[in-house]
Write a protein that binds this ligand. Structure first.
Ligand code: BEZ
Length: 253
């Protein structure tokens, strides 16, 4: 995963992430009572909602900080610390659900992720997921790249945002048959006057690693300025999200 989370700030300013996850949950066809793994459960908000829908659910996340927060907030639910690209379940589940996680995993590790998912599902079990798709936050990343270049630096976008055509074969190679896939734009409102600067500071960390803090502030300030015309509307900041939403069924054991 390409990030260390600041759990409290994430919960306070970016609670739209789990809010949008409710729509993803509606793709689950397994009945109440089915066993669900919430993969990359973060602070457990959606794990709670899955439990409230009647599923037998466990949450898994690579961040010990977020897992601790989830355990404290929802002591009646089960959470495990675990790496989405390197896990094995003793008891296979009917559904693997995941919201806003897969784009954090580099392209070369995606086959490991999908292998773990396929290995953990029962026959006819389903993967229901949403993550950043092709073109996600393209304006923001282009603006960052431009400001890095002005300072003689190169910018490596730290996310994987595939098309449907690129991702479906990866799933099929592991016996996960894609039954539904859609790529759609979702302009997403950010909180507060510093919404975009806060978003960059929270989510785009690795390109700034080792950079002097005054240069980092300068690049973020200039990036935000350059995006005001397109991403600031009627007193509100927006991020140009593109979502990839998929339902796939395990057809081969
Ligand atoms: C996303 O949910 O698409 C996303 C969030 C933060 C950084 C990158 C992508």
């Amino acid at each position: 995963m390409n990030i260390d989370w600041e759990a409290k700030e994430y919960a306070a300013k970016f609670n739209f992430v789990p809010q949008y996850g409710k729509g993803v949950m509606e793709l689950i066809t397994a009945p109440a009572g089915s066993c669900v793994l919430d993969l990359g459960c973060g602070n457990g908000t959606l794990t709670r909602q899955l439990a409230d829908e009647g599923f037998k659910v466990r949450g898994m996340d690579a961040s010990p900080e977020l897992i601790n927060l989830a355990r404290t907030t929802y002591p009646d639910l089960d959470f495990d610390e675990g790496d989405a690209t390197d896990f094995h379940l003793q008891n296979k589940v009917d559904v693997i659900f995941s919201n806003a996680v897969f784009h954090w995993i580099d392209r070369d590790k995606q086959p490991l992720l999908i292998h773990c998912i396929a290995d953990s599902l029962v026959e006819n079990g389903e993967l229901v997921c949403e993550f950043g798709g092709y073109g996600n936050n393209a304006r923001i990343h282009y603006a960052l790249q431009t400001e890095f270049a002005k300072n003689g630096l190169s910018y490596r976008m730290p996310f994987y945002f595939p098309t449907i055509g690129e991702y479906a074969p990866l799933l099929e190679q592991e016996g996960l048959q894609v039954r539904f896939a859609t790529l759609f734009d979702r302009m997403t409102e950010l909180k507060g006057e510093d919404g975009l600067a806060d978003w960059i500071k929270m989510f785009v960390k690795t390109p700034f690693t080792g950079m002097d803090s005054s240069l980092k502030d300068h690049i973020i300030h200039k990036t935000v300025q350059s995006l005001k015309q397109t991403l600031y509307q009627e007193g509100k900041w927006y991020a140009d999200y593109v979502r990839l939403r998929i339902r796939a069924v395990k057809t081969r054991c």
